[in-house]
Design a protein around this ligand. Structure first.
Ligand SMILES: Cc1ncc(CN)c(N)n1
Length: 230
């Protein structure tokens, strides 16, 4: 396994402490069999298609949750960073629509697909953490999504079983391996570290780590729904 996690968060900072505390919940997310089969190119197309359509719906609600972090931002710099993150999430959906267009599916058709229980439970849980908690609670619920996919991409790049030539999922991999996405993931981890300092991360560690691990498990279920559809 690569040292992918060392890209995100400072040693001793809140992000790395949460990641380490999440243990198997985190590795089960970032190196889920779905991810491994994207990497070696053996994932059934039906699995990927189910996942990607649900992910499109996921991103719409996730953008709403990120927008809540603009509202709850406690400095202009934080608000700017989050506003850019909302736009980045909305941009991410272009990848999804490109794949869908190749399958003959229009955006209008994709938005008509009902959300699965996995999509609803994850997105509404994040929104709830943000609505009922403070900015740190919200950022902890958001971080596994943003940083986790950064780590997923690095794990794939380091995977000896990775299929490069003719991998149907290469543009998906490229999106998250891209330096723009990686920089956003590093910034999200750094922000957790900073909020940990300013918002009593140490005293709140038990609750924060329970939320972080919950998000990682919700991510695992999100991949799993794709595998189950294949
Ligand atoms: C479920 C999920 N988690 C994370 C990401 C990366 N933004 C995503 N597209 N989808």
């Amino acid at each position: 396994m690569s040292e992918a996690h060392q890209e995100f968060g400072a040693p001793g900072g809140l992000f790395r402490r949460l990641r380490d505390a999440a243990g198997r919940d985190w590795t089960g997310y970032t190196w889920h069999p779905f991810v491994q089969r994207v990497s070696d190119g053996t994932l059934p197309l039906l699995s990927f298609r189910h996942y990607l359509i649900q992910d499109y719906l996921f991103l719409i609600h996730f953008a709403r949750a990120k927008a809540l972090a603009v509202v709850k931002g406690e400095s202009l710099a934080a608000m700017r960073e989050k506003a850019a993150a909302v736009l980045a999430i909305l941009d991410e959906t272009k990848l999804h629509l490109k794949y869908c267009a190749e399958w003959g599916l229009s955006e209008a058709e994709v938005v008509k697909v009902p959300e699965t229980a996995e999509t609803v439970s994850y997105t509404r849980w994040v929104l709830d953490r943000g609505l009922s908690g403070d900015i740190l609670d919200l950022e902890i619920a958001l971080a596994p999504c943003t940083v986790g996919y950064g780590e997923v991409a690095l794990r794939i790049l380091a995977d000896p079983a990775r299929k490069v030539e003719g991998n149907a999922y290469q543009s998906w991999i490229d999106t998250y391996a891209d330096e723009g996405y990686q920089a956003m993931a590093r910034a999200a981890a750094a922000r957790i570290d900073a909020l940990g300092e300013s918002h009593g991360g140490e005293a709140r560690f038990a609750r924060l780590s329970a939320d972080f691990a919950e998000a990682a498990r919700l991510e695992q279920r999100f991949w799993q729904q794709g595998l189950d559809a294949g």
